[in-house]
Write a protein that binds this ligand. Sequence first.
Ligand code: MN
Length: 135
Amino acid sequence: MKRRVLVVEDNPLNSELLRDWLEMEGYEAVIASTLKAGFAALESKRPHAVLLDIQLGADDGLTLASWMREQPALCQIPVIAVTAQAMVSEQERIVNSGCKCIVSKPVDFKVLRQQLEFWLGQVGAEAGKRVASRE
Ligand code: MN
């Protein structure tokens, strides 16, 4: 089964680039171009991971990460921040919101591949542990 990655990104060039790359990597990509569309996509097509832009027009993408962390059904889904902002205070804000890591724009796809594989592997390992402990 293909793993689904939700991309929440308001810049169409960036989201197209990410979609093409994700599909080449064998993922199913779902694009949301607004914060609202991001929330809707979480409800309708639960992803295995989220790539989250922080500046979504007037909205703060971290609203989505903070909200996900409070949802028992969604809090295990890794959220990777994809942003050009690299100031330390902003990095802290991103990590405190529940994002697993930050991938800087312009995206280094080798780094993104490593992070996605790592965090998706973590989720699988956790699920495996839960299954194992039940047996
Ligand atoms: Mn943006």
